[in-house]
Design a protein around this ligand. Structure first.
Ligand SMILES: Nc1ncnc2c1ncn2[C@@H]1O[C@H](COP(=O)(O)OP(=O)(O)OP(=O)(O)O)[C@@H](O)[C@H]1O
Length: 323
């Protein structure tokens, strides 16, 4: 009989039972994927079927976002950005995979939990300014409305005022949306989205309809919210200025996260600050890597590549059997 703790070989590779048990325990005790992230998307799939034709908008997307981050999502048209945002906003449900935001399981929520999620956990700002605000309410009334819907009537006027001041649009308080510029409307929309103090603020192309100077002001309002309130913010953008101002930009390609750019500030010996950006490819949990299309094209790589493990890197070579 074999007992725990014996050193008898348990398989042909000479691994002992004790070692196998230790490995199994280590695996079981390992924290789950993204356990400490505010957003954890794990192999997320969303398939749309229209007239019998299937479109895989998300094809096993992995994404982790830490609490307190301000980050951007970029990607070509049709890559799946809006689909992901709608899922994170609780407006759409994934076909498969797992998605958790601030402890809420986005696949398992019932109607009541979904409504609570949309009211309390997440706030959103859309590109179309008209979609964000009710036209017949003033800016302050628009900001107070989500608090009222949540049943918070005390201090709502005061909080609306505070948020509008924080975002630099206190003077817009008594004006209706049509009396505001596009940039002011978007800043009021940010205040509306922050009204119930959500853990996560999502914005889909919030500067898409604005000129670059106004876009910068709107982005500054997002940054303010992130710094002052600690709100985690995810912005989908085509706006290069926005994408290059955040610490992390994640690119989506064909329904998966493909690469990310991390930026950090360096100070040289003369005290001059500069931003250093570095691009990384994403390695998914199955070990899959998407090589940038311009790299593979430049070397004529397709279908198959040769790999070589070196001491500190992996070499990827064009398929020489092809020739
Ligand atoms: N409701 C839907 N029904 C059918 N197909 C859809 C639906 N929503 C999105 N798709 C398809 O899913 C894919 C991803 O679309 P999505 O809108 O998420 O892309 P996107 O990256 O946000 O693009 P854009 O930058 O143009 O907004 C596209 O092929 C799109 O046609």
């Amino acid at each position: 009989m074999t007992k725990t703790g014996t050193t008898l070989p348990a398989d042909s590779s000479g691994t002992t039972l004790e070692e196998l048990e230790q490995r199994a325990t280590a695996r079981r005790d390992r924290p789950s994927y993204g356990h400490d992230a505010l957003i954890a998307c794990d192999r997320l799939v969303r398939i749309f079927t229209t007239d019998g034709v299937e479109v895989q908008a998300l094809q096993g997307l992995d994404l982790l976002v830490k609490e307190g981050e301000l980050m951007a999502l970029v990607g070509a048209s049709g890559s799946g950005k809006s689909t992901l945002m709608n899922i994170l906003a609780g407006l759409d449900v994934p076909t498969a995979g797992a998605a958790r935001v601030a402890g809420s399981d986005l696949l398992a929520m019932d109607g009541k939990a979904r409504l609570r999620y949309r009211r309390e956990v997440v706030g959103f700002v859309w590109q179309q300014t008209a979609r964000n605000l009710l036209p017949y309410l003033t800016a302050a009334q628009n900001v107070a409305l989500p608090m009222q819907l949540r049943g918070r009537t005390k201090r709502k006027a005061e909080r609306a005022e505070e948020l509008l001041s924080m975002l630099g649009i206190a003077e817009a308080r008594d004006r209706r949306p049509h009396q505001l510029s596009g940039g002011q409307q978007q800043r009021v929309a940010i205040a509306v989205a922050l009204a119930n103090n959500p853990a996560l603020l999502l914005a889909d192309e919030p500067t898409g309809e604005l000129d670059s100077a106004t876009g910068e002001q709107v982005f500054a309002a997002f940054r303010r919210a992130n710094e002052e309130l600690g709100t985690t913010i995810v912005i989908v953008t085509h706006d290069q200025a926005v994408a290059s101002e955040v610490r992390r930009t994640v690119a989506i390609r064909d329904g998966r996260t493909s690469s990310e750019v991390l930026r950090r500030t360096e100070v040289d010996e003369l005290g001059q600050e500069s931003t250093v950006a570095r691009e990384y490819a994403m390695l998914d949990r199955a070990g899959r890597l998407q090589l940038p299309a311009d790299y593979t094209r430049a070397l004529g790589m397709e279908h198959r590549v040769a790999l070589e493990l070196e001491q500190d890197h992996i070499g990827v070579w064009p398929d020489d059997e092809k020739h």
